[in-house]
Design a binder for this molecule. Structure first.
Ligand code: GLA
Length: 381
């Protein structure tokens, strides 16, 4: 028997209150943090995320004519025809919902639904992938569709690429679906259907350090980075940068400077993932710190997706009590850092990091101590 996360209980009760009858189905999908392996997932690389115990939950039933999905965190409901959803002229958040209906193929049933979430939006914790996977699991369950988890993850990526317009990779959807409690997932994005769960050390907590900034250039800069990486792969004549060596990257005359920097990040980040996983397994604190720092530096100087606030958070957290290692997590341009922290030192860590971050940025950060959680699921009530 699963225990319902509080947001799911709330979604079910709120559905009944708003629509005057009980829901027939529910789905819940977790967000994720990525421990290392950043901006590699659209170039066949390695990533190492964990699903976290912060969720998007939806309660629903079949609706006769059109879909109406309300959310307690969004003022406007999503209203669409599930069999033929449009992407224009609708509130931004509802594209993740109707985009999923579109990406799962024609003929989805219309639903009445209500969403609750304790996953902060814009914090780099993949609330969008969680939304997609919650609705993907919901439709699969309600209609008894034979869609495997890898296919559902791909549908989520397609919804985001083509309906929302962000050229994201496959990491977030895969983490949200395949999450395993107390484990992070080593994912080879050349074969994302077989993640390897790696147990997290018991005495180490995952602390999300939210900078509370989200720079608006985010999604266009993301797409630009992806295009540069693709162009670098073409010029190196490899199917993806996963298949390039550092020697090739350093000696190539074909790439421009930016392409070379992007390729250098991806190639070195891939090897850092493996080293980091070994360090974590061995509980080698110094090595964990080293690889997280190296990853952040490479994202800052070579991939250029960090920002003043993320750098300030890394500096603040790295020098705080109990910190094993820290780096930015997710796409960048604001959002959060992930720190591995001694479980018995969390409150001291938070106090010191908050003070140091505030003195550098004049902003109050937010902290979430999260646990690695199981992946998305749906069921009839
Ligand atoms: C976002 C995208 C992912 C991945 C990360 C960076 O979270 O959705 O696919 O590319 O950025 O690692």
């Amino acid at each position: 028997m699963r225990t319902f996360p509080p947001v799911l209980t709330k979604a079910i009760a709120e559905f009944e209150r708003r629509y005057g009858q009980p829901p027939t189905h529910y789905a819940v999908a977790p967000g994720r943090v990525n421990l290392i392996g950043e901006h590699t997932d659209y170039q066949g690389g390695f990533v190492f995320p964990a699903a976290i115990d912060k969720y998007v939950a939806v309660a629903a039933r079949v609706a006769p004519e059109m879909s109406v999905v309300s959310s307690s965190v969004e003022p406007e409901p999503a209203v669409f025809f599930a069999s033929n959803p449009k992407k224009d002229g609708i509130p931004a958040w509802s594209r993740y919902v109707s985009g999923m209906a579109w990406a799962m193929g024609p003929g989805r049933v219309d639903i009445q639904g209500h969403v609750e979430s304790d996953l902060p939006v814009g914090a780099g914790l993949s609330s969008s992938a969680a939304m997609e996977m919650a609705f993907g699991c919901l439709w699969r369950e309600m209609e008894g569709l034979l869609i495997s988890n890898p296919a559902l993850a791909l549908a989520g990526q397609r919804a985001e690429n083509e309906f929302v317009g962000v050229q994201c990779g496959i990491m977030d959807q895969t983490a949200s679906l395949f999450g395993v409690a107390d484990h992070a997932l080593l994912i080879d994005t050349e074969n994302p259907s077989a993640p390897t769960p790696i147990p997290l050390p018991e005495d180490v907590a995952l602390v999300v350090c939210d900078t509370r900034v989200k720079h608006s250039l985010g999604s266009s800069a993301y797409n630009e980075r992806r295009a540069e990486a693709e162009s670098a792969a073409r010029k190196l004549m490899v199917p993806s940068l996963r298949r390039a060596t550092l020697l090739q990257v350093e000696s190539s005359q074909a790439m421009n400077e930016k392409e070379q920097m992007r390729a250098r990040h991806i190639v070195t980040e891939n090897s850092r993932v493996e080293s980091f996983v070994q360090a974590l397994k061995a509980k080698d604190r110094d090595a964990v710190r080293h690889w997280m720092r190296a990853s952040h530096q490479s994202l800052r100087t070579q991939f250029e997706v960090s920002c003043f606030e993320l750098d300030a958070m890394v500096d603040a957290a790295e020098h705080s009590v109990g910190c094993w290692g820290v780096r930015m997590t997710g796409g960048g341009f604001g959002g959060s850092c992930i720190a591995l922290v001694d479980r018995d030192k969390i409150s001291g860590f938070v106090k010191q990091t908050e003070a140091a971050y505030f003195s550098a940025t004049a902003r109050y950060p937010l902290f979430h101590s999260v646990s690695a959680a199981d992946g998305a699921y749906a069921a009839a009530l």
